[in-house]
Design a protein around this ligand. Structure first.
Ligand SMILES: [Zn+2]
Length: 624
């Protein structure tokens, strides 16, 4: 205890010196004092600490080094702190300070899936080496590190030995989803989880220059202890993708290879249970962490240790990858910051809107042949289930020559408008956009705007929920109209750094569009109907006025037998063609302003305009 107090005093003095402008003293290398040994070390690499123990350890680390600051970036639904450890050689701990000092900001997060704690233990070890032992102090040259040891804190405390059937340790671990059952790594765009909303405030305030998200795989057996996902195209800016491939990934492969740690892209076989079918990788939608970062013009690395390797091997592999990443960031910080700034500027520029923006990608047909470090296996017919049973033998490593299909090409694309307009009654959607750091203006008065709208026809909902929502599909039919938008309507200019993300959230063709997640479901509900005896008479009046309707009805009935068989359906068919039909039924409320000249630029920004970083009333409502 006395040692902790002494360390805290040292840290306070050093922090005061740093604040006063004196150079921070590099801590001398020293043997790890007992109170700074992690549970992982004390258990011989078999255990991982609980939430409270992790926070207590983070606080002790921060007390032991002027370079570390422990803080929290929010509170979970069950009332737990979302922990954040900030590492910086001058003790900088706000985005403004880091920006003013020209730091490259690196976000490392662990336990977004709380059953996969490797990154937590690896990060704590690495930060202790950097900031307390001082052995790897140069990794913080020009770099500020944000380390989230546990993102899914409530899921983490659903702690037990039976949470990951495929996984070889630690002895006990947390659960994949939040207490409410949401997978945070599918929640980046829709942001339903309060934990994700807190994360988005952190992310948009700091806008880290690169990010690492630490996981453990499921899937096949093979030799690699560590696989990775890196968006090398897809949603990421081309300049950043080239940097990530030629510098970051090249260093990871070379340096980890020198340490005897071969890595490979995240392993997915073209047929999930047939290794010889070949390897594939694609572009994930931005509901995933790394694709989300890409949509925010930031490169991100997905680390996936192999579930069947023991916990020590996995933590060491993760630690090594994080170390190499920080070495790259410290060496390349200036260039990286220039590239992220250039990507932000490019997305905000008129030139970006001149080309179609891909919302989805599909695998290109061409492949390359690679050597894959597999293990021997045979396939037998199970006498229990009758199915194919792959039996791997990890004691017999093999090199397989496999085709790898890793090139993607755009599939669904959209032409960006000059701006989107979202009526104010869709306040939940506007608030989510603000959480993403989207700049939003508000119409000061009702304004008629020439917009492209769309009708979403033939909507169908999935029977089973996915991530707490019933997703839907529809056919998109666009049309031009003059529409009156009320005061308070959100005007969202495409000329901003988040345009790619806005398009994913607001364009109905995208897989993560808010409308696909059910945010706009009421517009699909017909709310007024005609009584049959009223409509029988009206239908006859309509036929008398327009005899062509009879042939149109017959054609529709030929295509849809249900329409021929039901009095209600036939009368509703007439109702929907009558002046009483609701013109807003199935019309997507978000309008697109195609012509930049039509964007109401001169409207004053109202006091309630949603601003980035959550400093607005809409985001404040979300916090409740
Ligand atoms: Zn995971």
């Amino acid at each position: 205890m006395r040692i902790v107090v002494a360390l805290a005093l040292t840290a306070t003095l050093a922090r005061a010196a740093a604040a006063a402008g004196a150079p921070a003293r590099e801590p001398a290398a020293w043997p790890v004092p007992p109170e700074l040994l992690t549970r992982y070390e004390q258990s011989g690499g078999t255990e991982t600490p609980r939430h409270a123990e992790t926070i207590a350890y983070c606080r002790r680390l921060a007390a032991a080094s002027p370079w570390l600051t422990y803080t929290t970036f929010g509170t979970s639904p069950q009332g737990r702190e979302l922990p954040l450890l900030i590492a910086d050689r001058a003790g900088l701990c706000t985005p403004e300070q880091a920006r003013a000092a020209g730091r490259a900001v690196v976000l490392i997060q662990a336990c977004i899936h709380a059953g996969e704690p490797d990154g937590k233990d690896a990060g704590l070890l690495l930060l202790r080496e950097i900031a307390v032992a001082g052995r790897l102090a140069s990794l913080l040259d020009g770099v500020t590190v944000l380390f989230i040891p546990i993102f899914n804190v409530d899921g983490h405390e659903r702690f037990g030995p039976h949470n990951r059937i495929n996984q070889n340790g630690p002895r006990e671990m947390g659960w994949r989803t939040t207490a409410r059952g949401l997978n945070l790594n599918r929640d980046h765009v829709k942001a339903d989880a309060p934990e994700m909303q807190a994360w988005l405030r952190l992310f948009t305030a700091w806008l880290p220059d690169l990010m690492v998200d630490c996981h453990v795989t499921d899937g096949a057996d093979y030799q690699y202890a560590l696989t990775y996902g890196l968006e090398l195209g897809g949603n990421l800016d081309a300049g950043l993708a080239a940097w990530a491939r030629d510098i970051w990934l090249a260093d990871l492969e070379a340096e980890l290879g020198r340490r005897g740690l071969a890595i490979a892209p995240y392993v997915m076989f073209r047929k999930w249970d047939d290794p010889r079918s070949g390897l594939r990788s694609g572009v994930a939608p931005p509901r995933f962490s790394t694709s989300y970062a890409a949509a925010q013009n930031r490169p991100a690395l997905l680390l996936e240790t192999h579930m069947l390797k023991d916990y020590r091997a996995r933590v060491e592999a993760t630690r090594a990858a994080l170390e190499v990443t920080l070495r790259v960031a410290s060496r390349e910080g200036r260039r990286l910051r220039a590239l992220t700034a250039a990507a932000d500027s490019l997305v905000a520029s008129p030139g970006f809107r001149a080309r179609p923006l891909p919302l989805t990608f599909r695998a290109a047909p061409d492949s390359t042949v690679v050597d894959f470090l597999g293990v021997a296996y045979d396939v037998v017919t199970s006498d229990l289930t009758g199915g194919a049973w792959i039996r791997y033998d990890a004691s017999r490593p093999q090199i397989w020559r496999l085709p790898r299909f890793d090139r993607s090409e755009p599939h669904v694309t959209v032409d960006l408008p000059a701006a989107w307009v979202v009526p104010p009654e869709w306040d939940e959607v506007i608030a989510r956009l603000a959480l993403h750091g989207v700049a939003i203006r508000r119409l000061a008065r009702e304004t008629v705007l020439p917009v492209t709208s769309c009708r979403l026809r033939d909507a169908r909902w999935e029977e089973r929920p996915f991530e707490g929502r019933h997703r839907l599909t529809y056919e998109i039919e666009t049309f031009a109209q003059e529409r009156a938008f009320p005061a308070g309507t959100a005007v969202i200019d495409a000329g901003q750094r988040t345009a790619r993300l806005i398009a994913h959230a607001l364009e109905p063709a995208g897989p993560d569009a808010f409308v696909r997640w059910g945010f706009f479901d009421p517009v699909f509900e017909q709310k007024e109907y005609a009584e049959n005896y009223v409509m029988e008479a009206k239908a006859r009046e309509m036929l008398a006025a327009d005899p062509a309707l009879r042939a149109e009805l017959a054609a529709c009935q030929a295509a849809d037998p249900a329409l021929a068989a039901s009095q209600e359906a036939i009368l509703n068919w007439f109702y929907l063609r009558s002046p009483w039909a609701d013109p807003r039924l199935e019309v997507y409320p978000v309008g697109r302003l195609q012509d930049p000249a039509a964007v109401p630029a001169s409207d004053p920004v109202s006091a309630s305009a949603a601003a980035p970083a959550g400093a607005n009333s809409s985001a404040a409502e979300l916090r409740q």
